[in-house]
Ligand binder design. Structure first.
Ligand SMILES: Cc1cc2nc3c(=O)[nH]c(=O)nc-3n(C[C@H](O)[C@H](O)[C@H](O)COP(=O)(O)OP(=O)(O)OC[C@H]3O[C@@H](n4cnc5c(N)ncnc54)[C@H](O)[C@@H]3O)c2cc1C
Length: 381
């Protein structure tokens, strides 16, 4: 019997393994033959989502953001400090996996967990891998198996609020720019936004949507209209689950990362929240042992730390999704006033967009006209 079985060797699962394996017997099960591939990520994270182990995966530092409104208005921000870093996702995940192995974790690749069955004092896992079929038991199962988690229904039946479909093209580049560009609007990326992220020797251009048109089709349209003839070196696609914080544990099973909906509702980023959740989970298990009550403490502590920010960000996401393009143009115009730009440049934070929303609304109360009841809520909460 192992102490902790981690289903999924993405950043969240590997980070939990890295911390837990210092004191516990941990095995990570990953269905792919190598960690970090295939990449389904734009790789833009805040500097706080990088640690000593993952520093070498950083390919660029971002100080400038430009938001293009549907009608062609621009909101340009230039911060003195680095506000985002662009990582090589494969290298990032691999660094965490290697650190976990160094601390004593076993990482079993090409090994799919095909069934998980709670039992009296353990959880049984059915594996399909190079050794054929096997059954093993673990005291605790951490489901870090991504947006399509097959373990999640054992913890909660509640579906995610939104599941975004994303597509991204990687294009060769020799530009040294430190500017991320974003496009918002119903014709470009219904329900989300499109991005251009410089990543050293490459540029990542992509978008997500919750509309009916497939994201690749929207992306092809964007490429034709904004980028013309470029050489695409890789095509990537994936899902982003978004939702308020729900149940994160049941019995001996905990949800972690995308499997637990631990993504940011405004930007869709999941690496920072997956990191913090893995740290909280590891702290609870190391402090209270491999017990069900440690998992309850994880759920309570994560909720306590992130509920306010996630519910504010969810509100902003709902408002953005409801606004017609013309109103977005007007909102971007209001946000471009010098005193708001100053707030965004000084205090903007891609991990906590909700926390400065009240300051912005106080400076530009005319923004409240776009969604009076919801935005007033942001002012008081
Ligand atoms: C287009 C796109 C762009 C994105 N851009 C960003 C960004 O710029 N910044 C950011 O922070 N986030 C971004 N994200 C989100 C980010 O990629 C995820 O939040 C992050 O990968 C979640 O990590 P995770 O470890 O929870 O899950 P995952 O990375 O999905 O890892 C789960 C792993 O579990 C494996 N697995 C699943 N089921 C099983 C099973 N039964 N047995 C064994 N293994 C299994 C999967 O193969 C996978 O390797 C983006 C997502 C998409 C789709």
């Amino acid at each position: 019997m192992i102490d902790i079985a981690i289903v999924g060797g993405g950043p969240s699962g590997n980070r939990a393994a890295m911390h837990l394996s210092r004191e516990m017997d941990v095995t990570v099960f990953e269905e792919h033959a190598s960690v970090g591939a295939p990449v389904q990520c734009a790789g833009l994270i805040s500097p706080r989502a990088v640690c000593e182990r993952t520093r070498d995966s950083v390919r660029n530092e971002i100080r400038r953001f430009v938001l293009h409104s549907p009608g062609g208005r621009e909101l340009s921000l230039h911060s003195r400090d680095v506000r985002g870093v662009v990582i090589d996702r494969e290298a990032y995940d691999r660094a965490l996996s290697e650190a976990a192995e160094k601390n004593g974790a076993s990482v079993r690749l090409s090994c799919r967990v095909s069934d998980v069955k709670p039992a009296d004092d353990c959880v049984k896992l059915l594996l399909k891998g190079e050794k054929g079929r096997e059954e093993i038991s673990a005291r605790i199962v951490v489901a870090a198996d991504g947006p399509q988690s097959a373990v999640r229904p054992l913890v909660t039946e509640k579906p995610f609020d939104i599941t975004y479909r994303g597509a991204q093209y990687v294009v060769k580049s020799d530009s040294q720019e430190d500017q991320v560009e974003m496009w918002i609007g119903r014709k470009i990326a219904p329900g989300f936004f499109a991005w251009k992220i410089p990543a050293g020797e490459e540029v990542r251009i992509g978008l997500c949507t919750c509309g009916k048109t497939p994201p690749m089709k929207l992306l092809d349209k964007l490429m034709r209209s904004k980028f013309g003839e470029v050489k695409i070196i890789r095509k990537q696609a994936g899902l982003i689950p978004i939702g308020p914080i729900g149940r994160l544990s049941e019995g001996r099973i905990a949800l972690l990362g995308d499997a637990g909906g631990q993504t940011k509702p405004v930007t869709g980023g999941g690496i920072f929240l997956g990191k913090r959740a893995a740290e909280i989970l590891a702290d609870c298990l190391l402090s209270f042992g491999n017990t069900m009550s440690a998992l309850r403490k994880y759920e309570l502590s994560y909720t306590d730390q992130f509920e306010r920010e996630i519910s504010r960000a969810m509100l902003i996401r709902r408002i953005l999704n409801d606004l017609p393009d013309k109103k977005i143009d007007r909102a971007v115009e209001l946000l471009s006033s010098p005193d708001i730009v100053e707030i965004l440049e000084d205090s903007g934070d891609i991990d906590y967009p909700g926390s400065i929303s009240a300051a912005i609304l106080r400076k530009a109360p005319r923004l409240i006209q776009f969604a009076p009841s919801l935005l007033k809520h942001l002012l008081v909460h």
